[in-house]
Design a protein around this ligand. Structure first.
Ligand code: ATP
Ligand code: MG
Length: 476
């Protein structure tokens, strides 16, 4: 259904209900008016009856007639008329009705003075002559105040009805709008998911055509983004795998070519050193040559280790020996000359459960984090931790107590290492964050933490996993 049609139908239905209520109120008011008219007419008839009794009835009934007349002339009972009754001496026998009192009534009387239709009203007066000689003087005055107060009540009633009608209509429109726009919460929720790069969320079909169209468009957009992200991830992984292959090839060539020759050179220099014993200038050169050879061999071993994760003799299909690799990596930093930093490595995972790409990523992340610490942190302690997180993912972290980073987002622009770490983690559907190890210290240090799936995930398995959790709670 279209939004405009839905709103119109709702508003029309509510307006009809409101009008029915207003009609009922108006009928109730008319009933009150009729009852008032009837009572006024009855009281007028009773007035003449009582006046007749006062004039011609027995003297003993006079007090009862006077009391009945007092009742009849009380406020508002004789509609639009006021009765005055005086004895022979001009004394009022009935209380005079008070003048218009409240400011509203006075203002209303000023606004609507008596009109009399252009003819000055007559004031009927007559005398009652009893047989016992007592006389009464009767005056019937026009009372415009009572008509005014009745019309004032009518206007107030009308205003009340209009106000109530307006307020209820507004309320109804508000409720109809809220109901109509309720599915917007789902749309806003979906947009929030996409803003957090969670493109696997899909909107369900929505009842209103316009919102349904928006929902379908968002679903389509999310689908395209998810596919292109997945394609980028695959490409990224392929590129990294190619780079790893290239690094392995280079390492193999270096190992086979230079490694063997260096070993031969070291054997030759050892022979030279032995033969030059007792020939000081020659012995010095031979010793220096032997030292250079040893140095180059160490440097080559170092380079080979950084270039590739596997030893040349290891089977490519076997899982990567993560424990050994990380231990060797950390040992190589511990063994650095003049190393003033303490390294602690804690691993609480089964390396056979970790996929090859994931293990390699963990290794490269650790390599970069340790290199950064050596270059930038001036840390005294470094902790490397690998554990299984509660959600079943692998949690890797490296923390140091060095200089720290005030703005990791900004720091990433200064080199390629941090950006590369983010990309590696992103390619595996993981998450990475960086924060101060000791936030309130003068040397806050840096902790880099990543959570990765144990095995590389496909986009469909992620979607199914999230869908299995059912409808999310939309914010209200
Ligand atoms: N552990 C750390 N402690 C303090 N600062 C760090 C740490 N790690 C990184 N940084 C800061 O972040 C910046 C970016 O690091 P990144 O690894 O991206 O680049 P880099 O190490 O300078 O160069 P490269 O591209 O060779 O890695 C560094 O220049 C450094 O200022
Ligand atoms: Mg770096």
């Amino acid at each position: 259904m279209r939004l405009s049609r839905f709103l119109m139908l709702r508003i029309a239905a509510v307006s009809l209900a409101m009008m029915a209520c207003a009609l009922l109120l108006a009928l109730w008011q008319a009933r009150l008016n009729i009852a008032r008219e009837e009572r006024g007419a009855t009281e007028t008839a009773r007035l003449f009856d009582e006046l007749d009794g006062l004039e011609s009835g027995p003297a003993g009934d006079m007090p009862a007639h006077l009391s009945a007349l007092r009742q009849i002339s009380a406020q508002g009972r004789l509609r639009h008329l006021q009765l005055q009754l005086q004895d022979d001496h001009g004394n009022d026998l009935l209380p005079r009705l008070p003048e218009t009192s409240t400011p509203l009534q006075r203002g209303y009387a000023w606004l609507l003075p008596p009109a009399y239709g252009g003819v000055k009203p007559t004031t009927p007066q007559w005398n009652l002559q009893r047989a016992d000689g007592r006389r009464f003087h009767v005056t019937l005055l026009l009372d415009p105040g009572s008509e005014r107060s009745e019309s004032l009540t009518d206007i107030a009633g009308l205003l009340g009805i209009l106000l109530g009608y307006g307020a209820l209509t507004l309320l109804a429109v508000y409720v109809a709008l809220r109901l109509a726009l309720r599915p917007m919460r789902k749309i806003i929720y979906a947009i929030g998911q996409y803003q957090r790069d969670r493109y696997d969320y899909r909107l369900p079909p929505l009842r209103l055509l316009e919102l349904h169209t928006i929902g379908q468009a968002l679903n389509h957009m999310a689908q395209s983004l998810a596919s292109s992200q997945e394609a980028r991830r695959r490409l990224d992984l392929q590129l990294r795998s190619l780079r790893e292959d290239e690094r392995s090839r280079l390492a193999r060539e270096l190992h086979d070519e230079l490694g063997q020759r260096l070993t031969a050179m070291r054997a030759d220099t050892a022979w030279l050193v032995r033969r030059s014993l007792g020939q000081p200038p020659l012995a010095d050169v031979a010793n220096a040559l032997a030292e250079h050879c040893e140095h180059v061999q160490h440097a080559l071993r170092d380079l080979l280790q950084r270039l590739r994760a596997r030893q040349p003799y290891e089977d490519e299909d076997e899982p990567l020996p993560l424990h050994r690799l990380l231990h060797e990596l950390v040992d190589s930093w511990r063994d650095m000359p003049d190393q003033g930093t303490r390294f602690e490595l804690a691993m609480a995972i089964d390396e056979h459960a970790v996929g090859g790409d994931v293990a390699l990523t963990v290794y490269r992340l650790t390599q970069e984090a340790l290199t950064n610490i050596a270059r930038h942190a001036q840390a005294t302690r470094v902790g490397i931790r690998l554990a299984l997180h509660d959600d079943g993912r692998l949690e890797w972290s490296v923390c140091d107590d060095g200089n720290g980073l005030t703005d990791p987002g900004q720091a990433a622009y200064r080199g390629n290492g941090l950006v590369g770490m983010r990309e590696r983690v992103w390619a595996l559907h993981g998450e990475i964050d960086m924060f101060a190890t000791h936030p309130h210290s003068s040397r806050p240090g840096l902790t880099i933490r990543a959570r990765l799936p144990l095995q590389p995930v496909s986009a469909t398995s992620l979607t199914n996993d999230r869908l299995a959790h059912g409808e999310p709670d939309y914010p209200s």
